[in-house]
Design a protein around this ligand. Sequence first.
Ligand SMILES: C[S@@+](CC[C@H](N)C(=O)[O-])C[C@H]1O[C@@H](n2cnc3c(N)ncnc32)[C@H](O)[C@@H]1O
Length: 214
Amino acid sequence: MPRELNRTKPENAKNPTTFPDPKPARFPMVHRTRFAPQWNPEAFGPVLGLIELGFWLNDYFGKNINMVELGSKGGESAMIFNAFPFVDVISCVDIWTWHPPKRAFEARLKPEIASREVIHHQLDSVAASTEPHYSQVCPFGDPDFVYVDADHSFESVLNDLDAWYPKLASGGLIGGHDYSNFWGEAKAAVDEFAVAKDLTINTFPDNSFVLTPA
Ligand SMILES: C[S@@+](CC[C@H](N)C(=O)[O-])C[C@H]1O[C@@H](n2cnc3c(N)ncnc32)[C@H](O)[C@@H]1O
């Protein structure tokens, strides 16, 4: 049975505070993209897992969809989602407090931004779900799919899930990235939300997740 969210962070839920030293890339072409985390530029899981999620969503929906991505950074995951023909529009939301990723996003997706297949919206606050942001983020109406990859703190992931879940179109789904022990706070927030709302957690090889009705 669904219940109220418990917004107290579990004591054992921890995000990393340091990261492994970056290794030089043997394949510079794929360096510094989601294709590989900087500290392991030869790991292809982050892109293959997202492609698997794309095929899974295509099968699940069986129709074209409009989606929102919270946390788009340089547009790497957005580019992969956008490459699927069943994704009509992806609305990308970020606070872009650091400019290089925003410039990378705009350069990477220039034609798609021009054709309005990709919308990008810079938040001036973290209130992603409040008006008037919502109408700017979702000029197409309610999203079929929301992908949460923004601030990975327990509170923020729980807030993003809780704010966007009621905004989904009928039959819509919410999911996101970094459902892993490495990002313990993000994982704890997803676990809490799934239990409270009586949802099943489906996981993918890049640590993406999608919540479906139990
Ligand atoms: C992990 S990165 C996203 C990576 C991207 N999805 C990809 O796979 O290529 C997280 C991004 O979330 C953004 N962010 C942080 N807090 C946010 C918030 N409250 N709302 C929206 N974006 C936020 C950061 O600026 C950063 O660019």
